[in-house]
Design a protein around this ligand. Sequence first.
Ligand code: 13P
Length: 252
Amino acid sequence: MRSPLIAGNWKMFKGVADAIAFAKEFRTLARDFTEIEVVIAPPFTAVHAVADALRNSGIATAGQDCYWEKDGAFTGAVSAVMLKEAGAELVILGHSERRRVFGDTDADVTRKVHAAYAAGLAPIACIGETLEEREGGRTLEVLDTQLKAAIDGVSTEQFATMVVAYEPVWAIGTGRHATPEQAQEAHAHIRGRLRAWLGGEPADHCQILYGGSVKPDNARAILQQPDVDGALVGGASLDPRGFYAIAEAAAR
Ligand code: 13P
């Protein structure tokens, strides 16, 4: 009932030429995928080129963030409307690097989610605890707070297109991924909260992705967990063959 979704978050890697080369190679590799959804999130400067190179491939393009105003004097910012016009269909919001490096708060995430919906973009809302929070026994509480902000004021109809990504901060870029059991525990908790707050149907339909050091050799075990519906891949999404191998693990 939930198709697997594999998303690649390129972070601040790849210029336009490199991004186009990746898109061309990957769409050839992935031409036989039917039962899985694939999303690629390049840096802002390459969104248009990647969306263009992936046209009619079934592979969607996403932004990595957006600002909540449509336009205005906001130097350096990119709006959801602009992302949409450039060809994006989704936008990653609340990534821990946005929170930690750029100071994005839960309230900012709420505003951005609503801006995304207003522009016709599906949000990929990221939530996850730090190592300190995990060791302090506060994981579930942190997930609840961040998840609440992501769905604050969101209608059931809007929520139908939201993707939630569980990304434990201690697993991002560290090579130390969550065990399949740790991922399943967090994902089941998130789905349980969605069930309590929004109802059974929205919870059952929501794709919940795991992110944090997903690689071709560990993807399968994590993706086999019943509440893990896909992956949000950072480093391993930069190489078309590696990313394809992860997508293939989801397809099986
Ligand atoms: P890594 O796969 O490099 O750990 O990054 C995960 C991530 O932050 C995806 O959004």
